[in-house]
Ligand binder design. Sequence first.
Ligand SMILES: C[S@@+](CC[C@H](N)C(=O)[O-])C[C@H]1O[C@@H](n2cnc3c(N)ncnc32)[C@H](O)[C@@H]1O
Ligand code: SF4
Length: 372
Amino acid sequence: MLSFYVHIPYCIKRCGYCDFNTYTPSELQDGATLEIVSGDYIDAVLKELEFAPTDVVPTIFFGGGTPSLIPPHDLGRVINAIKARNGLTEDCEITLEANPDSVTAEKLEGYFAAGFNRISFGMQSTSTHVLKVLDRTHDPENVKRAVDMARAAGFQSISVDLIYGTPGESLKDWQSTVTQALNLGVDHISAYALIIEDGTKLAAQIKRGDIASPDDDLMADMYLYIDQACGFKGLKWYELSNWAKPGFESRHNMAYWKSANWWGLGPGAHSHIDRKRFWNVKHPTAYKQRLFDGLSPIADSEELSDEMRRSEYIMLSSRLRTGIAKRALTIAQYERMADHIKADLILDTADALVLTATGRLMADRIVADLLA
Ligand SMILES: C[S@@+](CC[C@H](N)C(=O)[O-])C[C@H]1O[C@@H](n2cnc3c(N)ncnc32)[C@H](O)[C@@H]1O
Ligand code: SF4
């Protein structure tokens, strides 16, 4: 089996906190419109596909950037090519990451007809002042409209992304965001603690003292709140930052977390096949050039040693509800967890160590103790 990630490296405008590998028209070419800069992009992606293995495909995830800027017909070309070349499993999960501002009823119908069956909207917050600090363009009302239109178009699996810990966001603001997200009736929620990435506009504003730094204690309360609120509404945590109704867990993300094989198409995209990890050149222009010259876009690769694989397993599985299999640990590692188990940070089940909600707040420290 081979999962595919398809990177769409374009956004209308860069959000102040984001350092993803994405480009606005002005960053790519003076005065160019997105149609011009992205016109031959799908052709390049289809050329890259020819380098990938031909195993059958259980999941495809179009992420970005803003995949919903690309018309359904063009994204459909990628789905059709993968289908014709590799074949899709009968229940293949095909996800579109979408910005609530860039969708219309007609476009959503087009994506559904092109084969997408899961959609994830970047909601982030419902507080106007929080969205302003995040430098997001969308009107919070657009999210409800977008979710309703997606349901009407036929999508049965809908997710929203939230961000917590934005400077100036109170616990009350966050509670209101979570309540409104749950009231949308979505099947899945991802909630990420805001990371201040070097080189972003937000990092510069904090450095200058124009905006305060996020508060760790408040972020911990926000995490515990969403965990409880989702639980009440039947969305269970299955990965540290992800909650879902039973059966609506993202199978694509589970493939990453279980170290399955996946191929990332697009500039800067990473792939993992058996014991090898490799990644593409970062800039879309260099990426397209390589492919149109008949060359592979891979920039570099590394072979995973047994030690790297063991550490990676502990890092990834500690974040999952299924936990860290005890048989994967040494006796010394297990004994180092005794205090964490006593402190109710870890649940010691028959065959796994599973982080509790408070344990998840300290996941990095627990993993560091395990790997020490
Ligand atoms: C590629 S974006 C999603 C799709 C679309 N571009 C959007 O923003 O609506 C993936 C998600 O990563 C999260 N994200 C990006 N930068 C982040 C940061 N610095 N801290 C926390 N979460 C971040 C956001 O929640 C965002 O929705
Ligand atoms: S958060 Fe999403 S819309 Fe904003 S710049 Fe990043 S990828 Fe683009």
